[in-house]
Design a protein. Structure first.
Lengths: 110, 196
């Protein structure tokens, strides 16, 4: 349970980071996360997250033609999203440092 | 589990978008107006493969052509008027009042809400008009067995969901087609400029 909560929290940072590097559409983002980073994010997790980030005005959308089927919704990170990503990255790094310190003291104790 | 109670949907059309939201994978969402839960037809349509999970009305409705918005605005009113007249002819004024309330609800969403909220309201109203029509067409209930009423009740519910989903999926498809035409026009213009 705790593990999945940690994962869920960090996916927002991962999604913002990936979209900041290269704006893309939902299905491609899912395959990028799977193939590039080994992260299996279900559509039931990804699309509500994209919707939430969009409602919070951190993502912009643009439409692009698709070679097969209807136009695709391409997500990109705007200024607010970049600030949020930087803030999340700082918090995450701080958390990693704390965990590393705790791990070191735990290994010394044992 | 707490049963949700909400009566803000009549006055706040934005809440109705939760009931037609494919980005939310939950099939049951709390009612925008009323007690309990309602089916999220957006999630159902996405699961059935009729639309994609990110084909949300809030991002698409602004691209809907005028003729579609006009149809979504005036067709439910015309249907309500027809239902109301038929109800009065059959001496069933309560059904006429219900039909008028649905027309008012649709008109309010189209005059005060965004395009997405207006389309969501039209989908809801069209679905409920099916229920009103079935109530109007229902013969004397005393002459029917309980199993027949249960079956017809289920069929009416299915028809209500199907009509709601048809309006939503139709709106998504029409908007995507409009975007496609817009993108093609832009590409054509760019090509012409490059040629010159």
């Amino acid at each position: 349970m705790a593990e999945s909560q940690l994962r869920k929290g960090s996916i927002e940072l991962v999604v913002l980071s990936v979209l900041q590097q290269s704006p893309t559409y939902g299905a491609h983002l899912r395959s990028m996360l799977h193939e590039g980073y080994g992260l299996d994010v279900s559509s039931g997790t990804l699309y509500p997250l994209l919707s939430r980030l969009r409602k919070a005005r951190m993502l912009d959308i643009e439409w692009e033609p698709s070679p097969s089927g209807p136009p695709r919704k391409v997500y990109s990170v705007n200024d607010k999203g970049r600030k949020q990503r930087a803030q999340l990255a700082r918090e995450f790094q701080q958390l990693v440092r704390v965990v590393e310190q705790l791990e070191q003291s735990a290994s010394i104790d044992s | 589990m707490r049963i949700p109670i909400n009566f803000r949907g009549f006055l706040n059309p934005e809440l109705q978008l939760n009931e037609v939201d494919p980005e939310n994978p939950r099939l049951l969402v709390s009612r925008s107006t009323g007690i309990g839960w309602n089916l999220n037809t957006g999630a159902l349509a996405a699961r059935l493969g009729l639309i994609r999970p990110d084909d949300s009305l809030s991002d698409l409705a602004d691209h809907l052509p005028r003729w579609w918005m006009a149809t979504a605005r005036y067709l439910p009113s015309a249907c309500s008027a027809g239902l109301g007249i038929a109800a009065l002819r059959r001496s069933r004024p309560q059904i006429a009042v219900l039909a008028a309330a649905l027309a008012w609800w649709n008109r309010r969403a189209h005059t005060r809400g965004s395009a997405a909220e207006a389309v969501a309201a039209s989908a809801n109203v069209a679905g409920l008009q099916v229920v009103v029509l079935s109530a109007l067409a229902r013969p004397n209930s005393a002459s029917r067995s309980s199993s027949t009423s249960q079956l017809s009740g289920m069929l009416v519910l299915l028809a209500c969901v199907a009509v709601r989903m048809a309006v939503e999926v139709g709106s998504v498809k029409v908007a995507l087609r409009a975007i496609e035409a817009e993108l093609a026009g832009r590409a054509e213009q760019k090509e012409r400029e490059n040629h010159v």
